[in-house]
Ligand binder design. Structure first.
Ligand SMILES: C[S@@+](CC[C@H](N)C(=O)[O-])C[C@H]1O[C@@H](n2cnc3c(N)ncnc32)[C@H](O)[C@@H]1O
Length: 335
């Protein structure tokens, strides 16, 4: 068993934590992440880091823990030799779980010197082969080989405003991707967004490689979803103009969605809560066994109670504060 770590970004920490945990489960690793602020540790007997770093929105970096010492840096030489190879260049970064913003230049230089003497490897701050994280947790320092996220920069540079077709109801790119990750979306799985609007969630699911099915009452938005899906090169997409109360699909692997709320999405006079009731009732017969639903809504809609009303228990719930009094809740349900 190896010990691994992830460091999540400072925004939306509760959402970041559940995203990392959900990706671990999607990688079939039955291990709970132990959190120390923004740093999480877990043990596993296969390496899930490449998968996590290619999928997570909120994981900044992660890797394998190789050595451990007290604050006096009394590292074991054999462990140091496993951290960096003599022919590698390396750099050291320090992360203190209790003071994530503090500068730790001195400690980084001390550990750099120790590694250099123990392994014979050279320091390179600009072109290092090995990125070494020294993580201060309680009274211990852990040394880990770390890799940066492979998708974060791409996801952060995209914005729903840069989609070919923009509408204010389009879901934010990061939340859409994180919700797909919470639902465990995998390539070739079938994902339904029954309130798909202009396709924010559908585009992220298509980027992952899922087959997407979108439905919406508003034909103009559906046309927007079509051009947005073309922009991301979606291979398998079906769009249906219709009402969530009459879903024309008999099975799918995931439902990832956000029902209408606020003034930007019209329901043509129906109460949004009724539409959510209709969806959750239908989901019991549509989502394949082992599949998942992930839904984001205004907390005033009390979606947790609706989920229970249809005989399910929310697997998890995270609150996201938007502005003023508006709080969004993200739930997942397993079928
Ligand atoms: C918050 S937006 C969805 C955003 C979208 N999921 C995304 O990823 O960008 C809610 C959508 O629900 C649609 N809608 C409202 N009533 C509906 C109904 N009865 N059946 C299906 N869609 C409906 C609205 O037209 C609107 O596009």
């Amino acid at each position: 068993m190896e010990r691994y770590f992830v460091i999540v970004t400072g925004e939306e920490v509760p959402l970041a934590r559940v995203e990392a945990q959900a990706l671990l489960a999607t990688a079939s690793i039955d291990s709970s992440i132990e959190w120390h602020g923004r740093v999480g540790f877990f043990s596993a007997n296969k390496d899930p880091m490449s998968f996590i770093l290619s999928r997570a929105v909120y994981v900044r970096e992660g890797g394998i823990v190789k050595a451990e010492a007290s604050w006096s840096c009394d590292f074991d030489k054999t462990e140091l030799l496993q951290t960096v190879r003599p022919n590698e260049t390396f750099c050291v970064r320090v992360f203190d779980c209790s003071r994530p913003r503090a500068s730790m230049q001195d400690l980084a230089a001390t550990i750099g010197g120790i590694l250099k003497r123990a392994t014979g490897a050279r320091v390179s701050l600009t072109n290092a082969i090995a990125r070494i994280m020294a993580i201060k947790v309680g009274k211990r320092i852990l040394l880990a080989r770390s890799q940066l996220s492979r998708v974060r920069a791409g996801i952060y540079s995209r914005s729903s405003r840069k989609r070919t077709f923009f509408h204010p109801s389009l879901m934010n790119v990061r939340l859409a991707r994180a919700m797909c990750n919470l639902a465990g979306v995998m390539p070739r799985g079938v994902l339904l967004d029954p309130f798909c609007g202009a396709g924010g969630i559908l585009c992220e699911a298509a980027e992952i490689g899922a087959s997407v099915v979108g439905m919406d009452l508003n034909f103009r938005l559906l046309r927007g979803a079509m051009v947005n899906l073309q922009q991301v090169g979606a291979k398998e997409a079906t769009l249906v103009n219709g009402d969530v109360r009459f879903l024309p699909i008999s099975n799918c692997d995931y439902i990832v969605t956000d029902p209408p709320y606020g003034r930007v999405s019209s329901t043509r006079g129906e109460r949004a809560v009724r539409l959510v009731n209709a969806l959750l009732e239908a989901a019991n017969g549509i989502v394949n066994r082992g599949g998942k639903l992930c839904i984001c809504s205004d907390s005033r809609m009390k979606v947790g109670e609706i989920i229970k009303h249809y005989g399910k228990q929310p697997e998890m719930c995270v609150k996201i504060r938007v502005h003023g009094g508006l709080v969004r809740e993200v739930f997942t349900v397993r079928y």
